[in-house]
Write a protein that binds this ligand. Sequence first.
Ligand code: DGJ
Length: 694
Amino acid sequence: MSQVSSVSFDATSRTFLLTTPATSYALRIGADDVPHHLHWGGPLTLNQAATLPVYDGVISSFASTAGEELGVEGGPRFGVPSLLVRYADGSRGVEWVHEGHEIDGGRLRVYLRDRHYPLACTLHYTVHPDSDVIERSLTLRHSGPDGGDGGEGGAAIEILRCDAAAWCVPATSGVRLSHTVGQWSGETQLRRTEAPYAETVFTSRRGVSGHFGNPWLMVDAGDADESHGDVWSMVLAWSGSWRITAQRDHTGGPFTVSGGAGHEGLTWRLRPGEQHRTPVFAGQFSTGGFGGTSRGWHAYVAGHVLPRPDEPRPVVYNSWEATGWDVTPHGQRALAERAAGLGVELFVVDDGWFGARTSDRAGLGDWDPNPERFPDGLGPLVKEIRALGMRFGLWVEPEMTNADSDLYRAHPDWVLHMPHRRRTELRHQLVLDFSRPDVVEWAFGWLDRLVAAHAVDSLKWDMNRAFTEAGRPSSPDAERLWTDHTRGVYAVIDRLRAAHPGLRVEGCAGGGGRADLGMLARTDQTWISDNTDATDRIAIQHGYSQIYPARTMSAWATDSPNPYTGRTTPLRHRFHIAMAGALGIGGDLSRWSDAELSEARGLVAQYKEIRPVVQFGEQYRLDDAVQYLTDDRVVVIAWGRDRDLRLAGLAPAARYTDEATGAEHHGAALLAHGLRLRLPKEDAPSTVVRLRRL
Ligand code: DGJ
């Protein structure tokens, strides 16, 4: 069923209905003025929604907050509070008064305020015509007189927690959670686990969204698979510390998932007159299993998140694995010549081109080209790269400084630090405080000059360490920096892109430590892991693909044996696995034989041919294979073993021809019986099959 997305309201029952193409979501302002959750699932009419009862387990010593659109503290509520506040007189909690609403196309704003204290709150909901994703966020406003700090109305309100939204999933017999876990070099490992009867917290306390978990969750009754079953999913669009708390209790209430920026223990103050808007915590209900859920998110990211979704992502060469910090014009030129010969479109010089950056011990913060290595600046190298027909990209890590840098010597107060505490160095570096306007201004200034000086086409924005001693001694309200730092990063990238409309940006944080919708709203691609071993990548890419689309997934073919794992794999396998996303090459091309270069050239050409399908098609995760589908083309990247691989999403009545062999297949046969796969007889065999609809 396809409905027109809309927001409607029944004044008698005070029920709101959000309609998306295939789903409905309903809430009601109760007699107590509390926004109660009613429905999130298949289509309903407003009349039907108006008859739904609210979950009434709330008023009891034994109940939780389940069933509210935003759990708060106050009265008989004992579950997860999405909003925790403390007023100057020591009182806590909220007693809601409903102040009306506004509906504006696909947007709903519900206005609430506290019955006594100067706290106003707006619940925001947005639906889009082409997506079942519902965006939710919150605005908090201190409605007291501006500037005062004395009386009740004029004192700041302490915010102990301010989530963006709480999602309620209808009670089912089982509750299974899907999420990712990980580590450096092993990000986005998919896990599925029965939810305990408890509060389960998924979080990052590191200042970035992190390697160890990614800010999203899928919920199903335990019966969904790739192609069938009801799945409720929630994704937080935030790149700093975060927390998602899932709550399952025995009382039969809905399963609740509250999420937002920040982690436990952080407190900040909302000042009189101040307004705070949370990031978006978006949700999607799908009946199409995990595959349908992922395709829904991929389409949403392309349609409503990415700044330039339609750009075919270029084939990249990146020097990091080849040269490490040993960046010289001569070495880069030699790599660039070989890369250009392979058909590479964008050449990226990674870490080691600036300041005293000949190792990880010095130079971060000093963003002029290393004077010994580049006595004439970057200009001559950039010119040569362009003369070879490639675009030019540069690695930067703007949020960091080494203690051994001119920047730190001049501005030791610019890093996160606390009085009487050590300044912990990780990878010999310290975090610059991007919540400071002067630091943000400095960062924008040098980046703007650098991009302008060389018409830089692409930046790889890296971030290689977690926050520690996250304080700013001069600030009475220092814990705000946990969110303000992230907003500072966003502001610099947004401003840079506005000043240089052609600029593209790849997000990175020590591999995939900041892969999230917050970064994707202002970047084009994500470097998802420093692990480039094709075998390990299969699992990492599988986890990444749960939410994020292939066009955003940077993937390099590198050397064999792999420098991180030592594993030996055939060149074509390394390429095939990287061709499942935005292909790059990261190997030391100076050591590749003529035969390897020639094979690589053919594989790059093949990638360019399938690129529109991989980057812009719909993705189906199959058994040891990924399939991409557009109206008239199918690309299958398969590995593992010979078999008949059942394809997905095809038109049963259509016929398809294999572009390599000319063999013809009926859609129905490919769906029911499969495509006969014969893989090369080698270790780590793989293949790419291209079909065209007749
Ligand atoms: C971490 C990144 O993930 C790598 O690709 C590389 O850019 C290094 N940092 C450089 O220091």
